[in-house]
Write a protein that binds this ligand. Structure first.
Ligand code: MN
Length: 235
């Protein structure tokens, strides 16, 4: 019995030493593979060509909006999180951990704007828009009374969002709601489930629509909205 205990102790000690060695080697390898200069986040690819949403959103707007504005948010986030525990976290986690923190406003803004823009690109598709069909239309009818009433509420929320922000279709329990958020704020920071968004910062529409935000929101809903993507997000 005593021998068995000693044997077990020896085996456990050897295993412990091996574990420590493996961990040390693993750390050395991962430190080599991931130098501090490797950016934590990359600009996600657009789901279509930059001219694919013309004539409603021009390639020129997409070039500024995606290649410059969105990229700047990604670059800023990488600089802000370099060398911090945030560098190993998902965008969603960073957003939820920094919302409302006075000393982390820049990290929140950059992470949320990165997430919001990727969500916006995926809220559109060439040949999209018009009323959805199937399950999504049923829930829109139940929540708003009709698609036309939903359309009016979405455009109105976008027009009334003072200054920069976003208008969203979100799932609210068994129903859907339209909300708007200011600047970088995003429903995922508040435990809400967004289905679709339109960017109403001036940089999203000024080259194509100048001050006519209402027309931009109409074009988004009538010609670009990706209803299949929106329906797939219903929980
Ligand atoms: Mn934007």
């Amino acid at each position: 019995m005593k021998t068995l205990i000693i044997k077990n102790w020896c085996v456990m000690s050897v295993l412990a030493v091996l574990t420590v060695l493996a961990f040390a080697m693993g750390s050395a390898v991962s430190a080599q593979d991931a130098p501090a200069s490797t950016p934590a986040f990359a600009l996600p690819p657009l789901p279509y060509a930059e001219n694919a949403l013309e004539p409603f959103i021009s390639a020129r707007t997409m070039s500024y909006h995606y290649d410059k504005h969105h990229l700047t948010y990604v670059d800023s986030l990488n600089k802000l999180v370099a060398g911090t525990p945030f560098a190993g976290e998902s965008l969603e986690t960073i957003i939820q951990e920094t919302v409302g923190a006075a000393d982390k406003v820049q990290i929140f803004n950059s992470a949320a704007q990165d997430w919001n823009h990727t969500f916006f690109w995926n809220s559109m598709k060439p040949g999209g828009g018009g009323a959805p069909t199937g399950r999504l239309l049923e829930i829109i009818d139940k929540s708003f009374g009709s698609y036309e009433k939903f359309r009016a509420a979405f455009v109105d929320a976008g027009v009334k969002q003072f200054g920069s922000g976003w208008v969203w279709l979100i799932q609210d329990g068994d129903n859907l709601s339209v909300i708007s958020t200011s600047n970088a704020d995003t429903p995922i920071a508040h435990g809400q489930n967004p289905l679709l968004t339109c960017d109403v910062w001036e940089h999203a529409y000024y080259l194509d629509f100048q001050n006519r935000r209402k027309d931009f929101l109409g074009a988004f809903l009538d010609h670009l909205a990706n209803w299949q993507a929106a329906e797939s997000r219903i929980k």
